[in-house]
Design a protein around this ligand. Structure first.
Ligand SMILES: [Zn+2]
Length: 110
């Protein structure tokens, strides 16, 4: 059985710093993973793994990770499934591959 080790060499402290950076960015603006990746200077893949972590930890407090869902630019289908935060590859309705990326922000939980 293969174990996930891709983050093992990065100390946890560094992850915390990056997470705080991401949180402060998306507290001000709704950003896509690509935009976050450009500002924090980590890969999009890493951005998504941090966002997943933020999603889990934030929901315990009075703020949460708000996701503006992806949208198919061809037929307008909106990907509302909440369990996936990554950009989908294909539209299930028209099979189009022109998908608007999801946007992330931090919002107050009411
Ligand atoms: Zn579509």
């Amino acid at each position: 059985m293969k174990k996930k080790q891709r983050e093992a060499f990065i100390p946890e402290e560094r992850h915390e710093t990056i997470r705080r950076e991401i949180i402060s960015l998306i507290e001000r603006d709704s950003l896509s993973a690509r935009e976050i990746s450009g500002q924090v200077r980590i890969s999009e893949k890493e951005v998504y793994s941090h966002l997943e972590h933020i999603q889990k930890t934030m929901s315990k407090k009075d703020h949460h990770l708000f996701i503006t869902p992806s949208e198919c630019l061809k037929c307008g289908f909106i990907f509302r499934k909440r369990d996936r935060i990554k950009k989908p590859g294909k539209c299930p309705v028209c099979r189009g591959e022109l998908i608007q990326e999801p946007f992330f922000s931090i919002r107050l939980t009411i």
